[in-house]
Design a protein around this ligand. Structure first.
Ligand code: G6Q
Length: 545
């Protein structure tokens, strides 16, 4: 029997009516009528503090959002994920990134087997290897220690570790140069290695499948580069290449000793959920196994909160539900993530994949086309830079963009008054976005009448403010887990499979076909549309042959 479509549920209708009723009530009104709302509308977990009072909701709306979560069976969905049910039904897989961070003494049984010992075994191998590199015991072809680590991977095998290496730079070993190569554009690998000494360079090739075009092309180029610099000695590969993969066969075919120099993970770890698996090896080398352990503990603390806290006090559930409110009832198509921390510069890009690849879906798990909006367009840049760029639209544009502002009470680089200025800006933006500046207030400042409309801020732009004491490994883990679970909550409500990504396949298949057409000798018989045919012909005429 088909479940009731989401938008035919009574809870959906109630929310639509509630949103309509609240349309006329500004955040100024809501705060005036209920000055204590900020004292209620906050929640604290795993080292994070969330103030969600500056959202265009009241207690009744929040209750109704929670009722929707209950009605769609969110509690059962959460349990099913943690238990290892095959909730990724289109790929027939369990979804168990949460098992990557459970303590050693717990058990998570999948298909009759406890996966926790294997998780900790891989972690220990990664730690042993990371320590050897960090101590200078892992030597290159000419006996010198590794000073450069180049991670080769793309998508989920790049964005997580790249984001986290940047985020935790303050915890990293500054003697090591760490770089990431992802793009198939040769410029990426060329620029990454151009000033490196091959004898001191380790490549960590990360690919779950070890079939990804970009990663294999980059790894082959890196291999050629190494061989050019070591006099063509193939034995050098073993000293300069390690792999993180689930595909031992392909790893061996590439020339890496899968037995000794491959670190594994499992098909129940999705690419974009794999930062805390062996895919985090480069990060572990950079920050050390102990700090990596703290990161895992932060993830786990948020997992425990998500699994056990009542929905009305549950941070990922609240963030997820508020996102549903804006996407489905308030007509907001995008969501901004604005970290007020330079170390989190790559966090929005990381979240784009996490969120948009997970919930950018147009059919439900059982294959029916949805009649409601699903994942929002996620974007962002660190503050305060964004303030001097796109914040104009946030304040005075015609579209409402709900935003998360993320900040820390203590800087990892306490320099004079920098941090107070940074945080003053975060608080000021959230205040200005919410409460704006009325025409009356502008006039009262003596502004000329013709400028009043230009200087008026409508306000009512909703924000969540997420604060933590300091950007530590544990806090980063909690933050990533917060968004992983937020995405899960939303995917569950929208009824989509958040764990597949079939949408990336079509372009890959076409690219393979076109790649052959670009280089074949003699004019190929092109059977694309007129535009694509003409573009290919033009490129063929002009490419460096
Ligand atoms: C993530 C996706 C995707 C994947 C890359 C790299 O969830 O599955 O981004 O991570 O396509 O895949 P490989 O790790 O197999 O090279």
């Amino acid at each position: 029997m088909n479940p009731t479509p989401l938008d035919r549920r009574p809870e959906w209708a109630a929310l639509a009516a509630r949103c309509e009723a609240l349309r006329g009530r500004s955040l100024r009104d809501l705060f005036a009528a209920d000055p204590a709302r900020a004292e209620r509308m906050h929640v604290e977990a795993a080292g994070l503090f969330l103030d969600y009072s500056k959202n265009r909701v009241d207690d009744a709306a929040l209750r109704e959002l929670v009722a929707l979560a209950e009605a769609i069976g969110l509690r059962g969905r959460i349990e099913a994920m943690f238990r290892g049910d095959r909730i990724n039904s289109t790929e027939d897989r369990a979804v168990l990134h949460t098992a990557l961070r459970v303590p050693r003494d717990r058990s998570v049984v999948v298909d009759g087997e406890d996966v926790v010992p294997a998780v900790h075994q891989v972690l220990a191998r990664c730690a042993g290897f990371a320590e050897r590199v960090r101590r200078g015991d892992w030597r290159g072809f000419d006996g010198r220690p590794v000073r450069n680590v180049v991670n080769i991977g793309i998508g989920g095998s790049d964005l997580g570790p790249a984001m986290a290496c940047e985020a935790l730079r303050a915890d990293s070993d500054r003697r090591l140069t760490v770089r990431f190569v992802s793009n198939v554009d040769g410029t990426h690998v060329a620029e990454a290695v151009r000033d490196l000494d091959a004898g001191e360079t380790l490549f960590v090739v990360c690919s779950k499948t070890f079939t990804t075009l970009e990663t294999l092309a980059n790894a082959e180029t890196a291999k050629r580069w190494l061989l050019e610099h070591c006099g063509g000695d193939a034995a050098a590969i073993a000293k300069h290449f390690v792999a993180v993969s689930t595909n031992a066969e392909k790893v061996s075919a590439f020339g890496i000793d899968a037995e000794r120099n491959m670190f594994g993970f499992w098909d129940w770890v999705g690419g974009r959920y794999s930062l805390d698996s062996a895919i985090g090896l480069t990060l572990m080398i950079a920050i050390g196994p102990a700090a990596f352990g703290e990161l895992l503990a932060g993830f786990h603390a948020m997992d425990e909160h998500f699994r056990t806290a009542p929905f009305e006090r549950n941070m990922p559930v609240l963030l997820g539900l508020l996102g549903v409110w804006y996407a489905n009832f308030a007509g907001c198509a995008t969501h901004a993530v604005l970290p007020y921390d330079q170390y989190l510069a790559r966090f929005p890009a990381y979240l784009q994949q996490l969120d948009m690849e997970s919930n950018g879906k147009r059919v439900t798990i059982d294959g029916r086309e949805v009649t409601w909006h699903t994942g929002p367009i996620v974007w962002g840049e660190p503050g305060t830079n964004g303030q001097h760029a796109f914040f104009q639209l946030l304040h005075q544009g015609t579209r409402v963009v709900p935003a998360d502002l993320i900040g820390f009470c203590r800087s990892r680089n306490p320099l004079g008054e920098h941090h107070d200025l940074l945080m003053a800006n975060l608080f000021a933006q959230a205040e200005a976005l919410a409460f704006g500046k009325s025409a009356g207030e502008v006039r009262a400042e003596g502004v000329a009448e013709h400028l009043v409309p230009h200087k008026t801020f409508p306000g009512d732009r909703p924000t969540n403010v997420i604060l933590a004491d300091e950007l530590t490994p544990a806090v980063l883990g909690a933050l990533v887990a917060l968004y992983e679970h937020k995405v899960f909550v939303q995917g569950s409500i929208w009824g989509v499979n958040s764990f597949d990504q079939w949408g990336v396949e079509l372009g890959k298949v076409l690219a393979k076909k076109i790649a052959a057409e670009l280089t074949v000798t003699g004019e190929p018989a092109l059977a694309h549309d007129g535009s694509t045919n003409a573009l290919i012909r033009r490129y063929r005429q002009r490419r460096r042959g």
